[in-house]
Ligand binder design. Structure first.
Ligand SMILES: Cc1cc2nc3c(=O)[nH]c(=O)nc-3n(C[C@H](O)[C@H](O)[C@H](O)COP(=O)(O)OP(=O)(O)OC[C@H]3O[C@@H](n4cnc5c(N)ncnc54)[C@H](O)[C@@H]3O)c2cc1C
Length: 483
């Protein structure tokens, strides 16, 4: 397994084509806006070497029998699935943001099943190719960007009917040694912190869309791939003096638009090619794993609850009964959110390929809760924090020889607490609920792994309504036991 330092060194060897604020980023790893997101991914390496986290952060490869980072593991039991849930929460609480490595893990686990099932139907060799690729990822302890979401253009139209055919990534040329693809993937979490990019289709497809039913993996710096960094609310605070106004002084996340302008994919990196009838399965299996992964938000919730309790103490309001009750409510919501992820893992099952898949109904219930609870937890945090969370002057004002004395004097709460500590805690709450980390804690909770309606559709498909009606009819005497 790589150390965090080796991970950073390996990123420096990549030749990524990255744009930010209209300019090419020459040194991605040290860019002040991107760097905190690299630190968050590095935590996934660092923790794997800590004895106290070894059980959650590492696993035994089912291919080589070697010890590997769990982020490169294919789940071999429900115990593995539960450990994944706990690992996600652990890292959410350590970083207080999106640590970006779960999407690739979820993509690989979904592909381990779909490639197997395609081969069973069509006699192809995708699973063998995939396992060879997986071994390469495990042996080199790589970060893989899981790239599913296409730009999608007009949402009412399928891929082949889009006025611009590139709105969904597709094949434009077939060659003897591979294929050439064009298109883009939007919102890509941790894209420029990744060694590899794994492409999957974004929706179920019909035969007319078969040119879009493709899945493959490429090095992140393959020729023809361009990254355009997404903005995060308050991102340029990372360029300012000091670090108080950043909120989270250590970690962050990032997303990017990834453009594929006629990119070559060799055959041995293709895991689905025009098997349009398996696009839906890959999407659903990836989405189920990824909905489980949102246990990370319980970890970020841990940070926000800790910050809220602390600011209540710094403000001198911690003994008020409504404040105590609101903290209880925040914990209740946070643990409920976690329960769904544990439950779908514990109720997982073995698929034909041997991979363990989460219970898909419970994974969707988990994610549906995630689309709501972080918003309510944030509302309660903002309630307890007070308005200063959004009206606080800058660190430069705090340090100003002219006005600093007033910032220190008038923004003191509990006399035993430094004004600077109070400012830091308020900025952390701002960061989590309105700033850079809110991208991950709130909007990603809403849309990541599919918008809320996607889960509602899955829930409606998976619950057995007929069975529920049957038990109700029996109990009120409409039907008898022998019927
Ligand atoms: C912070 C963040 C990180 C992300 N990271 C990744 C990542 O790493 N990899 C990745 O692949 N994706 C990632 N995503 C993308 C995520 O999966 C999508 O945002 C999600 O699938 C919704 O797609 P969209 O954003 O295009 O919204 P839209 O699809 O436009 O949805 C907007 C609204 O329109 C509704 N809608 C859309 N189409 C239809 C339709 N045909 N019929 C009815 N209603 C419709 C939706 O239900 C929703 O309410 C990330 C997203 C965010 C916000």
């Amino acid at each position: 397994m790589k150390t965090a330092a080796e991970y950073e060194a390996s990123l420096r060897e990549l030749n990524l084509n990255v744009y930010q604020f209209g300019k090419k980023v020459e040194n991605v790893v040290d860019d002040p806006i991107i760097r905190p997101s690299m630190n968050a991914v590095a935590a996934t390496y660092d923790c794997a070497h800590k004895p106290e986290y070894e059980d959650l952060m590492t696993a035994t490869s089912h291919i080589t029998g070697k010890k590997i980072n769990r982020f490169t593991h294919i789940h071999q039991s429900t115990e593995d699935l539960v450990k994944k849930t706990k690992m996600c929460r652990l890292l959410g609480s350590i970083t207080g943001c999106c640590f970006q490595r779960c999407v690739g893990m979820d993509a690989m686990n979904a592909l381990s099943m779909t490639t197997f099932d395609i081969d069973a139907k069509y006699g192809t060799e995708y699973n063998k190719r995939f396992l060879a690729y997986l071994e390469f990822v495990q042996e080199n302890d790589l970060v893989c960007d899981g790239a599913m979401t296409d730009p999608k253009g007009d949402r009412s139209l399928p891929p082949h009917k889009q006025p611009d055919p590139d709105m969904f990534l597709h094949v434009v040329e077939e060659r003897e040694d591979g294929i050439v693809v064009r298109g883009a993937k939007a919102h890509q979490t941790g894209a420029v912190n990744s060694h590899e990019i794994i492409i999957m289709p974004t929706i179920s497809m019909r035969e007319e869309d078969k040119d879009y039913a493709i899945s493959f993996a490429l090095p992140s710096d393959a020729e023809g791939i361009t990254y355009i960094m997404g903005r995060q609310s308050c991102d340029t605070r990372k360029l300012e003096n000091g670090n108080i106004d950043r909120g989270n002084v250590l970690y962050g996340g990032h997303e990017a638009l990834v453009v594929f302008e006629d990119v070559f994919v060799p055959w041995d990196r293709l895991f689905m090619y025009k098997e349009w009838d398996f696009a839906g399965q890959l999407v659903e299996q990836f989405a189920s794993y990824h909905r489980q992964s949102y246990a990370c938000k319980a970890g970020v919730g841990d940070v926000l609850i800790g910050a809220t309790q602390t600011i209540a103490e710094f403000n001198g309001a911690q003994k008020a009964s409504h404040v105590k009750d609101k903290i209880i409510e925040m914990n209740h919501l946070n643990e409920t959110l976690f329960c769904g992820s544990v439950a779908c893992a514990a109720e997982g099952h073995k698929e034909k390929s041997g991979t363990f898949l989460v219970n898909t109904l419970l994974a969707n219930v988990c994610k549906q809760n995630v689309t709501r609870f972080p918003y309510e937890i944030s509302r309660l945090a903002q309630d307890i924090a007070g308005g200063l969370m959004v009206t606080l002057p800058s660190e430069d004002d705090y340090r100003s020889p002219e006005v600093g004395k007033w910032v220190k004097k008038y923004f003191k709460g509990n006399d035993e607490v430094d004004t600077e500590d109070r400012m830091r805690m308020l900025r952390l709450i701002e960061n989590l609920t309105l700033g850079t980390a809110a991208v991950g804690y709130l909007t990603e909770s809403m849309h990541g792994a599919g918008s809320p309606q996607a889960q509602r559709i899955m829930i409606s498909r998976q619950v057995n309504l007929k069975e529920k009606q049957k038990v109700a009819k029996r109990l009120c005497g409409i039907t008898k036991d022998d019927e």
